[in-house]
Design a protein around this ligand. Structure first.
Ligand SMILES: [Zn+2]
Length: 122
């Protein structure tokens, strides 16, 4: 089991008991280290640490990976969404709904559950 450090830049400044580590007489508040963390793809120990990172690094990360400078478009060809519903007999009924045209097309349960099955253009 590998332990990794929370990537929150201010994690060590939150003075909780579990962060206070080290030998008696020279304890310090330290960045949390865990085998698994729940926030930001497992990189942050808390929403607070995730937000601290975003506040400090978002602009640089976006500039590095590419800032949007025009709107993206979801077209009719890619607006199909799988949905399910129950009829009055409590039977599940699966359908593909186009978010732009509103068109409904029936789906089998197998198609609904198959993450590779899509009407959207790739
Ligand atoms: Zn943290």
């Amino acid at each position: 089991m590998t332990l990794k450090y929370c990537q929150g830049p201010d994690c060590h400044t939150y003075t909780t008991k579990d962060r206070l580590r080290g030998p008696a007489g020279s304890k310090t508040y330290q960045t949390r280290r865990r085998s698994s963390m729940y926030y930001g793809k497992g990189n942050f120990c808390s929403m607070q640490c995730y937000n601290d990172w975003a506040e400090k690094f978002s602009d640089r990360a976006i500039d590095h990976f590419g800032r949007l400078t025009e709107p993206k478009h979801l077209t009719e060809e890619n607006a199909w969404e799988k949905k399910y519903d129950w009829n009055s007999n409590h039977e599940t009924h699966y359908v593909y709904v186009n978010g732009i045209t509103g068109e409904h097309r029936p789906l089998t349960e197998a198609q609904f559950r198959d993450s590779n099955y899509t009407l959207n253009e790739r």
